[in-house]
Design a protein around this ligand. Structure first.
Ligand SMILES: Nc1ncnc2c1ncn2[C@@H]1O[C@H](COP(=O)(O)OP(=O)(O)OP(=O)(O)O)[C@@H](O)[C@H]1O
Ligand SMILES: [Mg+2]
Length: 268
C-alpha cells in the first residue's frame, strides 16, 4: 500500500474572524501528483501558506508530512520534515545571493557542503540558471524567471512534499513545457507533488493522478485528469451545476447616481 506523504484533515483557517479554509481534507501518497484547481479567492494559496506555517492565521485541524504532524512546527521545521512551498508570488530578498541561499538551505536540510555545491552545479546546468546564481534572490527577475528560480530551488533542495502554487502562471508557452519537464523529472516514488493551477495546459505535460476542485474554502470534488478537461470545457459553472451548488448571492441594490462619481461635488 502506498504511504501517505501529505495528509490534511478537517483543516480550518481564518484571519481576524474571516473564515477562509472551511474544512479541507486531502491525501497525497508518495509517488503521486495531485492538482488543485479553483476559482480566484477560493483559498488555494491560503492552504499552501497554512501548510508551510505562515503566521497570522487561526488554524485548526490536522496536517502531516509522512506521518509527522506539522501543527506545532515552525516554518523551518516543516521544511526539515520535507515540505517545500513554491510561491505564487515569489518575494525578492535583496542582498542574499541565490547560490548562497541554496547552499545554506541544502546544508540545513542535511546535505554535506560538497554535495550541496554539486547539486547546485548540476541543476544550474540543467535549468540554465548560471546568470541568476550570483544575483540576489528574485532581485529584478521577470515574473517567468522567478517561477523558473522556484523550480531550480526545489530541484536542488530535493523535498519530499512539494506544494507548487501556480508554478505555471506568467510563463511563456515554451517555459511551461520546460518547467513541467523539470517537475516530471523530479517525480519519483519518494516524492509527492501538490500542484495548484488555473490552466490545464501544464497538466498536459505533468499528468496528475488526481485533480481536486476547491471552492469557498473546501475541496468540493475530486477525480482523475478528466476533471481538468471538464473545467476547461465548461468552467466552474459546469462543475457547480453538476454538484447542485448555487452561486452565493451577493446582496445588491440599485446603484445611485453618486456611485458613478469618485468625488461628488453636490448631494444627490
Ligand atoms: N490575510 C488576509 N486577510 C484578509 N483576507 C485574506 C487574507 N488572506 C487571504 N484572504 C482572503 O481569502 C480568500 C482566499 O485567498 P487565496 O489567496 O487563498 O485565494 P486563491 O484561491 O489562492 O486565489 P487565486 O486563484 O486568485 O490565487 C480571498 O478572498 C482573500 O482575499
Ligand atoms: Mg492563489
Amino acid at each position: 500500500m502506498s504511504r501517505t506523504a501529505l495528509q490534511v484533515r478537517g483543516l480550518h483557517a481564518s484571519v481576524g474572524g474571516l473564515a477562509i479554509l472551511k474544512g479541507v481534507d486531502l491525501e497525497v501518497p508518495f509517488g503521486e501528483v495531485h492538482a488543485i484547481m479553483g476559482p480566484n479567492g477560493s483559498g488555494k494559496s491560503t492552504l499552501c501558506h497554512v501548510l508551510a506555517g505562515k503566521s497570522g492565521y487561526e488554524v485548526s485541524g490536522a496536517m502531516a508530512v509522512d506521518g509527522v504532524s506539522l501543527a506545532d512546527l515552525d516554518v523551518y521545521q516543516r521544511a526539515q520534515a520535507g515540505l517545500f512551498q513554491a510561491f505564487q508570488y515569489p518575494v525578492g530578498i535583496p542582498g542574499l545571493d541565490l547560490a548562497v541561499l541554496l547552499e545554506e538551505a541544502a546544508v540545513a536540510l542535511g546535505a554535506g557542503p560538497e554535495e550541496a555545491r554539486e547539486r547546485i552545479a548540476t541543476q544550474t546546468r540543467r535549468l540554465g540558471m548560471e546568470r541568476f546564481l550570483n544575483r540576489s534572490v528574485n532581485g529584478d527577475l521577470s515574473g517567468g524567471e522567478k517561477k523558473r528560480s522556484e523550480v531550480f530551488q526545489l530541484a536542488v533542495l530535493e523535498p519530499r512534499v512539494m506544494v507548487l502554487d501556480e508554478i505555471d502562471s506568467g510563463l511563456d508557452i515554451d517555459s511551461v513545457r520546460e518547467v513541467a519537464g523539470a517537475v516530471e523529472e523530479i517525480r519519483s516514488g519518494e516524492v509527492a507533488i501538490l500542484m495548484i493551477t488555473h490552466y490545464s495546459r501544464i497538466l498536459n505535460y505533468v499528468r496528475p493522478d488526481r485533480v481536486h476542485i476547491m471552492m469557498n474554502g473546501q475541496i468540493v470534488d475530486s477525480g482523475g485528469p478528466e476533471l481538468a478537461d471538464e473545467l476547461e470545457d465548461g468552467g466552474y459553472s459546469a462543475v457547480r451545476s453538476r454538484l447542485g451548488m448555487t452561486v452565493p448571492k451577493v446582496a445588491t441594490r440599485t446603484p445611485s447616481v453618486s456611485d458613478f462619481f469618485t468625488d461628488t461635488p453636490f448631494d444627490l
